[in-house]
Design a protein around this ligand. Sequence first.
Ligand code: NDP
Length: 241
Amino acid sequence: MTNVAIVTGGTRGIGLAITQALRAENYQVAAFYFGNEEAAQKCAADTGAKTYKVNVADFAACQKAVEQVETELGPVSVLVNNAGITKDGMLHKMSPESWSDVIETNMTSCFNMCRAVISGMRDRKLGRIVNISSINGQKGQLGQCNYSAAKAGMLGFTRALAQESAAKGITVNAICPGYIATDMTASMPQEVLESIIRQIPAARMGKPEEIADMVVFLASTRASFVTGATMTVNGGQYIAA
Ligand code: NDP
């Protein structure tokens, strides 16, 4: 297996933990980010990952960035689609922009990035794709019609691409994190977070490293026969069949 991994949104939060964990496994990591230069510089300095400023909602930008990564680091064997945003609001107040921004950044980005790497992976008969979905794509969440739809869409995308790719030595899996302590959840009101923690059997939020550990497993040769799967990592908050 070549050892080049792309992690979108790889310079902060869960993505940073994934970058760190893959670096610890000796992957060369291309960490994509959107606009937070300070976090990107710190990530590069601390982890040795190469950082790339790429809007994953932009198809052409993804194509160009993957070409650049393959020129600079080599063929991509692992893609982690982790970049994501929320723009919450009840549907009766949701703007078309809040809908499309969330759909494009979370879900269309999976198409954009997978489309850019898939031909090379098929040619080399080797690849690992991990899509970071969400508990709220599994169960739905009040105030998140856009986000729940995007994250549920990622699960269907994962299952379809897994079937297309299995015979080519490529696995495609999704992880559905529960509530994880990052900037994304830090922006939620404290009383909302406390009420969420009361619904988690493990009685705490998850850590970014707990998602990264699952990514490392799915990226490894030990997971060669795991494809099309949805791995829930949520402290028991939502136990899907
Ligand atoms: P953060 O808000 O902490 O980080 C988001 C990352 O995505 C940042 O690196 C950001 O870049 C990047 N990003 C955002 N928009 C774009 C874009 N258009 N193009 C490229 N990169 C972009 O999020 P988390 O770490 O909390 O979440 C990571 C993933 O996990 C997301 O997909 C999220 O939906 C999912 N998730 C998170 C949960 C949680 O509880 N935290 C629960 C379930 C799922 P920059 O730093 O430049 O802004």
